[in-house]
Each structure stands twice: as C-alpha cells, then as structure tokens.
Design a binder for this molecule. Structure first.
Ligand SMILES: [Fe+2]
Length: 200
C-alpha cells in the first residue's frame, strides 16, 4: 500500500531553505482512497492490482509479463503504451549507485512514468508546479502513473531492492530532462512505512 508524505522529509538545510511553503509537520496519508484522491489532483494515477498474481521472486521477466498480461494490455489501451519490460534491481546490481544517481535528481520525461511494483519498495518525490513537494513510498501491488512533464525524482529504500513492470509510450522518449533546481537536495530519501506511522 502506497503511502504519501505531504511535505516530505526535509534535510536540515532544506528545512532552513523552505522556499515553497513547505510545512513543518508533514501530513501522512495511508488510506488507499485518500492516497488516490490526493495524487489525482496532480494527474497521478494510483491503483492497487489485487490480488497480485503469484509470481516467484526469481521468475524471469517474461514470466512476470505473461502473468500480468491482461493488466498490461488494459493499461496499454488506456495510455497508448506500446512496450513493457521488467526492471530488477538488487543491492549487488553492478553500477547501482551510478544507475540511481540518474534518477535521484529532479527531472521530467517526455512520456508518462508508469510502474507496477512486483517486489521491494521505492520512493518518488513529486514537485508540483504550485504546491509543496510530497513523497510517495510505493511497494508490491502498487501501480503508479506519473504524467509526462511532472517534476519528480526517485530513490530506493534502505533495502535497495525493487522489481517493477515499466510501460513505455516510446522507449526512446524515456530519458530524464534535469531541472537542475537543486530542490531535491532539500529532502531526505526516507521511505515511509507502517513502522513510521506506528511511531506517529
Ligand atoms: Fe523519472
């Protein structure tokens, strides 16, 4: 179940620099309907694909794409996506830090960023044009569609593990355009989950 943190977790420096009306007390949304409604204001679609298909953790990408074939086809029809693949990242993935560095700076794409999480977790930060930054912690079963042009950045969680289906309108269009705003430096890449909520 995805979790939204409105205001995100600012770094010390980011807290001092709060230029975009960021609040001191972050508001955390955990209810599915609240999460979907909040994200919907920014054109971001959030769904749960349940029940998730039973796919072995070590299943090859083709098996995952086949298991989720019906859902993928429906999404393709809705969003004009033409291809799907599976990204598989583990702590021992070669050049992981270099790979992650490409996406942990504020950027946007010429096409939607569509991810269905099979395993692991990840953290999107979204920087709306006219509102404070918020973060979305996604985990297995979460489908997220971030519309083209949305300013965002992405980090893994502490376990540095994610396996996700990606859909593309045009593979060549999916390159990051960096804003170089530096806004990302004001936020900690902290994933939120049940433990955080329980601590209040
Ligand atoms: Fe991105």
């Amino acid at each position: 179940m995805a979790l939204v943190n409105i205001g995100g977790r600012r770094t010390e420096d980011g807290g001092r620099r709060a230029e975009d009306g960021g609040r001191e007390d972050a508001e955390v949304l955990t209810e599915r309907s609240e999460v979907a409604q909040f994200l919907g204001q920014f054109g971001i679609e959030y769904e749960r694909w349940t029940p998730a298909h039973d796919v072995a953790a070590d299943a090859p990408a083709e098996a995952i794409l086949e298991a989720y074939g019906r859902e993928i086809d429906a999404l393709k029809a809705r969003g004009g996506y033409v291809t799907a693949d599976v990204i598989d990242v583990k702590p021992d993935t070669p050049n992981l830090d270099m790979m992650l560095a490409k996406f942990s700076r504020e950027h946007w794409h010429d096409e939607d960023e569509v991810r269905f999480i099979i395993e692991g977790r990840g953290l999107f930060h979204v920087h709306p044009v006219d509102g404070p930054v918020f973060s979305i912690t996604v985990e297995a079963g979460d489908l997220i569609r971030v519309p083209r042009g949305t300013h965002h950045w992405f980090d893994l969680c502490g376990d540095r593990r994610i396996r996700a289906i990606r859909l593309f309108q045009d593979v060549s269009g999916w390159t990051p355009h960096y804003t170089d705003s530096g806004v990302d430096k004001g936020f900690e890449p902290v994933c939120f989950g049940p433990a955080y909520v329980a601590r209040g």
